[in-house]
Write a protein that binds this ligand. Structure first.
Ligand SMILES: [Zn+2]
Length: 469
């Protein structure tokens, strides 16, 4: 099957036909860094990380740009409310987002531009729009003239006559039409500002993304992504600006569904319990990634603790097979990177069909089931073959337990060796107690290890152990 995606602009699934054969350019609207991320913010990071990995596994040379909106009404408001400088608000929250992307195993973007570093590019874009008659300066602001763009509204499927005022500037509004949106907001006391030919001020959010996307990916690029809540006005306005200026802009628009609770969109009022930093104390990061990534990217997720626990159990079943098979199965499947050449056809077909992760995960669970049966039957060749397949599929989803960041690599390797040596001492004592039929002591040692988070299992091949949560 050919790789194909649902394109929000076309409202249908289209074959992926990149601008440059063999290459794929991807722009994702990243964080507006006014607060640390909760799982609703980070879901698009996980969804588009899976897209990027699948494009790479499919042989495309991917360029991935994810921006940081580091100047915005909400950042300024947070700064004013807390008495912290706007740039300090942005800095500390950008670090929290980076930490969250990293902890959930999202590969870093090729470039992560910050809006405030691209004011010259925004000035050039505004000049082009003014000269082409699509924008005008008024009252210190610069506005986009929506009536000058005949297809304005086509991305979100709205007609101009049904649209409400943009509501993006306050006070003495100098707009010609209330639906015109601000490219640039004139300076206000207490707010940061940059010089332009039309006076000092700060950029509008939409202008930022148009300038950054085309700077790094070119005037025409392949895929523009973001959450479903960005379709209007943000992406509609990005598209309007860039195409009015004569750029081709994005050829495909992909939007992920939102994370909600009881039908409501996730909001700040839900408190801090769903912040990524807090949630990775509750469940392991790989389990949280599994939870956020398992649904189809276009579906909404209704958060519930039960659903999270189910995802944890499902991931542990997969992980348990991979670890047992790596120890017991024949062949090299347990070492090195996942072998992308070993992907089962149903998995590849599911991913090609608009990134069908639920169907792709069904293929993973099927192979795990078959692999466990092979292990139980002592068929170590069969188990080894399934291990290679399972790891290849998990690699695409960013969930392979034997790859970074989930494997005990990096800084924790030394610690794991120390724990391993200590557990071996305890298990030797337990074995000696059993040999002298002192089962009370043997059980006490096992219980003591369990209390420390180390599960012990007696198998025909000897005693094995693993670290729990
Ligand atoms: Zn954006």
């Amino acid at each position: 099957m050919t790789l194909r995606f649902y394109d929000t602009a076309a409202r249908e699934i289209r074959d992926f036909d990149p601008v440059v054969p063999g290459k794929a350019s991807l722009y994702l609207c990243g964080a507006t860094v006014q607060a640390p991320p909760h799982i609703g913010h980070i879901r698009s990071g996980v969804n588009f990380d899976i897209l990027r990995r699948w494009l790479t596994a499919s042989g495309y040379d991917v360029t991935f740009c994810r921006n940081v909106t580091d100047i915005d009404d909400k950042i300024i408001r947070t700064a004013q409310e807390t008495g912290v400088q706007w740039w300090a608000v942005a800095e500390v929250n950008q670090r929290a987002f980076t930490r969250a992307y990293d902890v959930l195993g999202c590969l870093p973007p090729d470039v992560e531009p910050r809006a405030t570093g691209h004011v010259p590019e925004m000035i050039v874009l505004m000049r082009r729009l003014i000269e082409a008659g699509h924008a005008y300066a008024a009252g210190g602001d610069v506005y986009f003239d929506v009536s000058s763009q005949p297809d304005y509204g086509c991305l979100s499927g709205q007609r101009l006559e049904h649209m409400r005022p943009a509501g993006d500037t306050e006070g003495a509004d100098a707009k010609r039409d209330p639906r015109d949106f601000a490219l640039w907001k004139g300076h206000r006391p207490g707010e940061p500002s940059w010089e332009t030919p039309w006076g000092p001020g700060r950029p509008g959010w939409h202008l930022e993304c148009s300038a950054m996307a085309t700077k790094y990916l070119g005037a025409t690029f392949d895929i523009h992504g973001g959450g479903l809540d960005l379709v209007f006005p943000h992406h509609e306005n990005e598209r309007a600006q860039s195409t009015a200026a004569g750029d081709g802009f994005a050829r495909y628009w992909m939007h992920n569904g939102l994370v909600g609770i009881s039908g409501e969109k996730m909001s700040k009022s839900l408190g801090n319990s769903l912040l990524v930093d807090a949630m990775v104390q509750e469940v392991r990061p790989a389990e949280l990634r599994y939870y956020l990534g398992q649904a189809h990217y276009r579906s909404g997720i209704e958060y519930s603790r039960d659903a999270l626990d189910e995802a944890v159990t499902a991931y542990r079943r997969i992980e348990g097979f991979v670890i047992r098979a790596a120890e017991q199965a024949a062949g090299p499947g347990g070492s090195g990177a996942p072998d992308a050449g070993a992907l089962p056809a149903p998995f590849a077909a599911a991913m090609d069909d608009d990134l069908g992760v639920p169907q792709a995960l069904a293929a993973v669970h099927e192979a795990v089931h078959a692999g466990n049966s092979a292990l139980a039957a002592g068929d170590s060749n069969g188990a080894g073959k399934h291990l290679v397949e399972v790891r290849a599929m998990l690699g695409v989803l960013g969930l392979d337990p034997l790859s970074e960041p989930w494997s005990a690599g990096g800084g924790s390797e030394g610690l794991r060796e120390v724990i391993g040596a200590l557990v071996t001492v305890a298990l030797d004592q337990r074995q000696a107690a059993k040999a002298r039929k002192d089962y009370e002591t043997a059980d006490a040692i096992r219980d003591g290890l369990l209390a420390a988070g180390i599960a012990v299992e007696d198998t025909p091949r000897g005693t094995r152990w693993e670290l729990g949560r």
